[in-house]
Design a binder for this molecule. Structure first.
Ligand SMILES: C[S@@+](CC[C@H](N)C(=O)[O-])C[C@H]1O[C@@H](n2cnc3c(N)ncnc32)[C@H](O)[C@@H]1O
Length: 287
């Protein structure tokens, strides 16, 4: 039983699955198991995700997989499980492997404590944390992330069988001094914070913790027009954040928001800066 949490509708929805099928078969064969693995994959995202498009992509996915594996594919079942992974979405002791990519850094809501004791706004007109954000604001984001991440771990701890694995890939920070800009309900935690939360929650042991950076740009972006690159980057962000931005500010403002965002990126790229994202991947084993 496998779950892909926050699967979205796009190129990454089923990206891991061929690799997962391959390694499951390899493991069975390495252990001399004669039975054919039966794999059930649950694709999860929020209720408004475009599951119809995901469903329509499945015949091609299965066909490509069979071709890639030269017909060596046993029973493979794929289901959709709409709902928030911040709550329970599967029965007790049900899942053997969980994957969650590029989602866990999104917060369930903007932190409450966005004003100080005298009622002054801590954001000072910014829509995100910046290097100059007050320690109170950074703390409010950190506390919201801690709450969300712990409840995510608690739910999965009930759903994953003992010895089951979970791999979470999320955006993060190299260290706390490098707090760069990010949008409202988003918190790039440091590795130290994530380790501490996993250990405090207590249900999982940390198997591996790795980091990598990705260029946030079009392929061969340096040869492309800056405006085109900026629009591409803004669009990739829009796929992930539009729901939250339109909920926060209203749909009327959303197009303008992303237009202005693209313009900021254009100026950034035109000044010769590169856009990169820092990621961390944790591999956990249910105790
Ligand atoms: C940036 S996209 C990542 C999509 C895909 N996993 C990838 O790696 O490209 C984040 C996805 O997480 C989903 N998501 C955010 N909060 C969620 C929640 N509480 N429960 C389930 N899905 C959630 C969003 O709807 C969105 O599709």
């Amino acid at each position: 039983m496998v779950a892909e949490l926050g699967c979205a509708t796009g190129p990454n929805t089923l990206k891991l699955m061929p690799e997962l099928v391959k390694s499951t078969y390899q493991t069975f064969r390495a252990r001399n198991r004669k039975d054919i693995p039966q794999i059930q994959i649950f694709l999860n995202d929020l209720y408004f995700n475009d599951f119809s498009t995901v469903s329509r992509s499945l015949p091609k996915f299965m066909k490509d997989l069979e071709k890639e594996r030269d017909g060596d594919v046993g029973p493979l079942f794929i289901s959709m499980t709409p709902g928030s992974y911040r709550k329970r979405i599967f029965p007790d002791n049900f899942l053997h492997f969980v994957h969650c990519a590029n989602s866990a850094h999104w917060l369930s809501k903007v932190p409450n404590a966005l004003s100080n004791e005298s009622g002054e706004s801590l954001t000072k007109g910014c829509l995100y944390l910046t290097d100059s954000s007050s320690p109170e604001l950074v703390r409010a984001y950190h506390e919201q992330f801690a709450k969300d991440f712990i409840s995510f771990l608690e739910c999965r701890a009930q759903e994953i069988v003992r010895g089951g694995r979970m791999v979470v890939n999320m955006m993060g920070l190299v260290d706390e001094k490098k707090v760069s800009e990010f949008n409202i309900p988003f918190y790039p935690a440091t590795m130290v914070e994530v380790n501490r939360l996993v250990s405090n929650e207590g249900s999982f042991s940390l198997h591996k913790h790795e980091t990598f950076t990705l260029d946030w740009d079009m392929p061969e972006g340096d040869k492309m027009d800056v405006l085109k690159r900026a629009r591409f980057v803004a669009q990739t962000d829009r796929v992930a954040s539009e729901y939250m931005i339109s909920t926060q500010f209203g749909e009327v403002f959303t197009d303008e928001f992303y237009r202005r965002f693209a313009d900021r990126i254009r100026r950034h790229l035109a000044a010769g800066y590169q856009l990169q994202t820092f990621h961390q991947v944790i591999s956990l084993i249910k105790k």
